[in-house]
Write a protein that binds this ligand. Structure first.
Ligand SMILES: [Zn+2]
Length: 292
């Protein structure tokens, strides 16, 4: 079964829908056998900026986990990406067969996923998330609001997964109270990383490094700074990634400033042009100088 209605269902939310090329025929080998569960995930993107930087990985998969990884992607600004109509690789080992890939629609929402990350879950994204789940529950009669589950709830063993990083009980209440006939409120969202986000990510990296250092101390039975350094070096890819993200954030800000400057220039040019036209008009309508 290919769920080729997923784009139409997404449009019922009122949020922008992007149909990712080829979605209607995209899926894992093996069929969707029904829809009994809506599984909520987050991408754990490590702080990549933008609306939906995880699109490629959710569509194509990653090493050891072939894509597509979810039927839907959800951007930070509420944009819904329709990625696959077929079965997707998102549930893994689950507590019930009803929660497994053949029966569960996966939504991968863009988020850092480190608790306390300030840029995670802007209201516009949470609203879109709830409306999408509601639209799916209304479309697939076999699923109810109670079947909207976090990956952290559906996985086995419990605790294997931590996503999404918000309270699912409160979220289901929100899904329950959604009225799709009501238009969405106009909301704005800042999608670039804030300095606090960078700090949160840096803190997470640091605490992980500390844990690794402690593990090394335990393993090597030494407080040797060399051993600690070695452990830190094992963590170099994460540090390099953080650096790239900080740089990307800086670049994004610079670009924003440049865009505003360009706009200002354009407005100024327009004003100059208009002033010219006005001057010409005024000259044309002015009475000729009185003859003395
Ligand atoms: Zn997940």
């Amino acid at each position: 079964m290919m769920l080729t209605q997923l784009a139409d269902v997404a449009r019922r939310t009122g949020y922008p829908v992007v149909e990712v090329k080829g979605w209607k025929t995209r899926g894992r080998p093996g069929e969707m056998l029904g829809v009994k569960t809506i599984t909520c995930h987050h991408t754990a993107n490590g702080g990549a900026p933008g609306v939906y930087p995880s699109l490629r990985v959710v569509r194509d998969g990653r090493k050891g986990l072939p894509g597509p990884l979810a039927q839907y992607g959800l951007g930070r600004d509420g944009t819904i990406f329709v990625i696959a109509a077929g079965r997707c690789n998102h549930a893994g080992v689950s507590r019930s067969s009803a929660y497994t890939n053949p029966y569960a629609i996966g939504i991968e929402a863009e988020a850092v996923g480190v608790p306390g990350t300030e840029s995670d879950w802007p209201p516009v994204q949470m609203d879109a998330y709830a409306r999408l789940c509601r639209a799916l529950v209304e479309e697939f009669q076999a699923a109810t609001v109670a079947d909207v589950l976090g990956h952290k709830e559906s996985c086995a063993p419990v605790g294997r997964k931590a996503d999404p990083s918000f309270n699912m009980g409160a979220f289901r209440n929100k899904v329950f109270s959604v009225d799709l006939r009501k238009p969405i409120a106009n909301q704005e969202v800042e999608v670039s990383l804030s300095p606090q986000d960078i700090e949160a990510i840096a803190a997470a990296v640091w605490s992980r490094a500390e844990t690794l250092t402690a593990t090394a101390k335990e393993a090597l039975g030494t407080n040797s700074p060399t051993a600690s350094m070695d452990t830190l070096l094992q963590f170099a890819p994460a540090v390099a990634r953080l650096r790239r993200e900080v740089d990307a954030n800086d670049t994004a800000r610079t670009k924003q400033i440049e865009a505003v400057k360009l706009q200002l220039d354009r407005i100024e040019a327009e004003q100059t042009e208009q002033r010219g036209v006005l001057d010409q008009t005024l000259t044309a309508v002015s009475p000729p100088p009185a003859e003395g």
